[in-house]
Design a binder for this molecule. Structure first.
Ligand code: WT7
Length: 649
C-alpha cells in the first residue's frame, strides 16, 4: 500500500454549480490576504446594516494588548438579519424544520412565524426587565424555542449564554453566576432517546448554589407537561408570558462590536471560560462560511446534527443558516433512537440535501455494519460535513461510501468555540479531498505551524497550529477576564493566536489536524479539561490524588482514563469505582463519565512534583514500550506498578 492518501477530485457538477470553483477560491483567498480591508468591506455588503461600516479592520495581536475590532462603526441587528430582511422574499418559506425525539413528532416554522414568535418573546423578556447589555442564560432542549430565545435576546441587545442541557446543576450554577444572568430560560423537561431529562429540576437545584441568586426570573417552556416544582414570584410559564404579546418588536440598533453571546468552553486549567463573541464580524463569518463551505443554495434543506448548547449549534443551526435564508433542520433526539437507522430516516423524511455531523456519530453507525443504513435511501443528499474532532480515514471512507453512496463530497471542517466559525475546510466546488485532512484555509484565515519556540516552519512539516492574523468571527475576550484571554491564547507564541492543536501540513499545503497538544480532551467531539475532572475527583473524600488523561477510543475518538490514588485507609473496590463514576457525572455531567479507572498507589512525578502526563498517556494507550526518559522521575518504581495494573490491554 502506498502512503499517499486517495484523492477525491471535485465532482464536475459541483465545479460548475458551486459558489466557488478552484479559480474563484484561489482569487478570493489571495485577495483576502492582500487587501483585507477591501475584501471584508465587500463581503460585509451581504448583511443588512442600519449604518454601513466605514472602519473595517482594527486588530492587534500583541501579547500585552490584544484588541480585535471589525466593522466597529457599523450598526446592525443579528435577529433582523436572520428574520426581518427575509420576510418580503421568503416569508412563507420554512425556516426551521423541527424533528422531535419521537419520529411521529415534527413541525415546521416559516420565516414569518419565526419572526412573530421571536418578537413576542423579545417583548416578554422586556416585560421581565431584560435590557440591552443584560445576560440571559438558556438551558433548553432542542426545540424551536431555543432558537427563538437566542434571536429574541439578539433582537433587544441582550447577551445570551447557552448552557448545554446535559450539564449538571453545579455546572449550570457556575455559568449563571459567572455571566451574572438575571433570567434563565428553560423547559420543564427535555426528551432524548425516549427518556425525560429534568431540566427545570436542575435549574431549581442550580439556583440554590451560592452566588447564583443573581437570577431573579425563570421562564419555563412546557415541553412534556411533566411534574415540576414551582417557585411563585420567580418562575413564569413561557406560553403565559409570550402568547399575549404583540408580534411587533423593533430590533435594537447594535454596534458591530457589541456582544452577541457568551459561550463557555473548557481549557487546560481552571474553570470553564466564557468566550465573548460580538455582533457584526461573527454574523458575517457564520453566514459566509455557511454559504461557501456547505455550498448552500436557495431551496436546499440543511441539517446540522449538533446541539445548540455548543458553538456548532450557534453558528450552523441558527445564525449562519438563518442569515442566509436557509431551511435548517433541528433534531431533538439522538441518532440511535428508536433505531440506529434514524439519521437516514430523517434525511429521507425531510429530503435533506446537506448533512453536517460528527465523526463519533459516523463511527457509532459504522460499528453496526453497512446494513444499519438499509432503512433509508438518502438519495436527497448532495453534500456531507464533519466537525468536532479529527475524522480517521476509515470513518471518512465509510461516511462517503455508505451514508453518501459515493456521490457526496465531505467537507471536514476544523474550527473552535473561540474561532466562531469554520477556519480550515474544503469548498466542495474548489477543493480536491483527502480523507482525514481538513484541507485548506477559508478566506482571511492565515494558519501557520510553529515549533515549541514559536519559530514559523515552512513547507511540508508538523508543528503547533497558530493564526497569524485576526478574522471577523474570532472571540474578542473571555467574559470578566480579559487577562486570561491574553494568557491563554496570545502568550505562548508572541503575536500569534495559539489554537491548542497540533497539525501537519503536506506537500500540497493541506492541513491535517493531529489533536490537542494541551491538557484538553475531546470525547465524542465534546471538549473537556482534564483539570476540571481532576478537581471533581479530589473533592471526593476517598480520593487523595487523581490524574486524568485521554486514550484512543474506537467510537468516542478519545476516552477518559483516570488514575486515582486513594486516601489513607480507603480500600479499592468496584463499588468505589461506580461511586466515583456517579460522582463525576453528577458534578459535571454525563459527558464526563470516566471510561477507565485505575487505582494508582503513586503517580509518576518529577522531583519538583509535576505529574508526568506523557507517561500516563502512554500507559493508558497501552504503549508501554516507548515510555521515553523516566530518569527524571522522583520514584521510577511507580511506573512499573502502573504498567502492571494497566486497565487497557
Ligand atoms: C477543538 C475545538 C468547532 C466546533 C466543535 C468543537 C477539535 C474540531 C475538528 C476537525 C480535527 C477538530 C480541535 C479543536 N476539532 N473540529 N474537523 N478536525 N479536530 O469545538 O469544543 O471548541 O473544540 O475540536 O481539537 O481545537 P470546540
Amino acid at each position: 500500500m502506498s502512503d499517499q492518501p486517495h484523492v477525491y477530485p471535485v465532482p464536475d457538477d459541483f465545479a460548475s454549480k458551486a459558489w466557488a470553483d478552484k479559480a474563484t477560491y484561489q482569487a478570493m483567498y489571495q485577495r483576502s490576504l492582500d487587501d483585507p480591508e477591501g475584501f471584508w468591506a465587500e463581503q460585509a455588503e451581504c448583511l443588512d446594516w442600519f449604518k454601513a461600516p466605514s472602519k473595517i479592520k482594527h486588530t492587534v495581536f500583541d501579547t500585552h494588548d490584544v484588541d480585535i475590532r471589525w466593522f466597529e462603526d457599523g450598526c446592525l441587528n443579528v435577529s433582523s438579519n436572520c428574520l426581518d430582511r427575509h420576510l418580503e422574499t421568503r416569508g412563507d418559506q420554512t425556516a426551521i424544520i423541527w424533528e422531535g425525539d419521537d419520529p411521529k413528532d415534527s413541525k415546521t416554522l416559516t420565516y414569518r412565524q419565526l419572526h412573530e414568535r421571536t418578537c413576542q418573546l423579545a417583548n416578554a423578556l422586556k416585560d421581565m426587565g431584560v435590557k440591552r447589555g443584560d445576560t440571559v442564560t438558556l438551558y433548553m432542549p432542542m426545540i424551536p424555542e431555543a432558537a427563538m430565545a437566542m434571536l429574541a435576546c439578539a433582537r433587544i441587545g441582550a447577551v445570551h449564554s447557552v448552557v448545554f442541557g446535559g450539564f449538571s446543576p453545579d455546572a449550570l450554577a457556575q455559568r449563571v453566576k459567572d455571566a451574572g444572568s438575571r433570567v434563565v430560560i428553560t423547559a420543564d423537561e427535555s426528551v432524548r432517546g425516549g427518556k425525560q431529562v429534568p431540566l427545570k429540576d436542575n435549574v431549581d437545584a442550580a439556583l440554590t448554589r451560592e452566588g447564583s441568586d443573581v437570577c431573579e426570573k425563570v421562564l419555563v417552556v412546557q415541553r412534556t407537561g411533566g411534574e415540576i416544582d414551582w417557585h411563585e414570584g420567580r418562575d413564569l410559564w413561557f406560553h403565559e408570558q409570550v402568547d399575549p404579546q404583540s408580534t411587533d418588536c423593533p430590533a435594537e440598533e447594535m454596534g458591530a462590536e457589541d456582544p452577541l453571546f457568551i459561550l463557555y468552553t473548557s481549557g487546560s486549567t481552571g474553570a470553564p471560560k466564557g468566550l465573548k463573541h460580538t455582533t457584526g464580524g461573527y454574523l458575517l463569518h457564520a453566514a459566509l462560511t455557511h454559504r461557501y463551505v456547505f455550498d448552500y443554495h436557495d431551496g436546499d434543506i440543511y441539517w446540522c446534527t449538533a446541539d445548540v448548547g455548543w458553538v456548532t449549534g450557534h453558528s450552523y443551526i441558527v445564525y449562519g443558516p438563518l442569515a442566509n435564508g436557509a431551511t435548517t433542520l433541528m433534531f431533538e433526539g439522538v441518532p440511535s433512537y428508536p433505531t440506529n437507522g434514524r439519521m437516514g430516516e430523517i434525511v429521507d423524511k425531510h429530503q435533506v440535501n446537506i448533512l453536517y455531523t460528527a465523526p463519533t456519530a459516523v463511527r457509532a453507525l459504522m460499528a453496526h455494519g453497512d446494513d444499519v443504513m438499509d432503512s433509508s435511501s438518502r438519495d436527497s443528499l448532495r453534500l456531507l460535513g464533519s466537525v468536532g474532532e479529527p475524522i480517521n480515514p476509515e470513518a471518512w471512507e465509510w461516511f462517503h461510501r455508505v451514508i453518501g453512496k459515493q456521490r457526496c463530497p465531505i467537507v471536514d471542517t476544523w474550527w473552535q468555540t473561540e474561532t466562531g466559525g469554520i477556519m480550515i475546510a474544503p469548498l466542495p466546488g474548489a477543493t480536491d479531498l483527502k480523507p482525514g485532512s481538513a484541507t485548506l484555509p477559508f478566506f482571511g484565515v492565515q494558519p501557520a505551524l510553529v515549533d515549541n519556540e514559536g519559530n514559523i516552519l515552512e513547507g511540508a512539516t508538523e508543528g503547533n497550529l497558530v493564526m497569524l492574523d485576526a478574522w471577523p468571527g474570532q472571540a474578542r475576550s473571555i467574559w470578566n477576564n480579559h487577562e486570561r484571554f491574553l494568557q491563554t491564547y496570545f502568550s505562548t507564541y508572541k503575536g500569534m493566536y495559539f489554537t491548542g492543536d497540533g497539525c501537519r501540513r503536506d506537500e500540497d499545503g493541506y492541513y491535517w489536524i493531529t489533536g490537542r497538544v494541551d491538557d484538553v480532551l475531546n470525547v465524542s467531539g465534546h471538549r473537556m479539561g482534564t483539570a476540571e475532572i481532576e478537581s471533581s475527583l479530589v473533592a471526593h473524600e476517598s480520593v487523595a490524588e487523581a490524574a486524568v488523561v485521554g486514550f484512543p477510543h474506537d467510537i468516542k475518538g478519545q476516552g477518559i482514563y483516570i488514575y486515582v490514588t486513594l486516601a489513607d485507609d480507603v480500600e479499592p473496590s468496584d463499588e468505589l469505582k461506580k461511586e466515583l463514576t456517579k460522582w463525576v457525572r453528577k458534578d459535571i455531567g454525563p459527558i464526563a463519565s470516566p471510561d477507565v479507572i485505575q487505582w494508582a498507589p503513586g503517580l509518576p512525578k518529577t522531583r519538583s512534583g509535576k505529574i508526568m502526563r506523557r507517561i500516563l498517556r502512554k500507559i493508558a494507550a497501552n504503549e508501554c514500550d516507548g515510555l521515553g526518559d523516566t530518569s527524571t522521575l522522583a520514584d521510577p518504581s511507580v511506573v512499573d506498578d502502573l504498567i502492571e495494573h494497566r486497565a487497557n490491554r
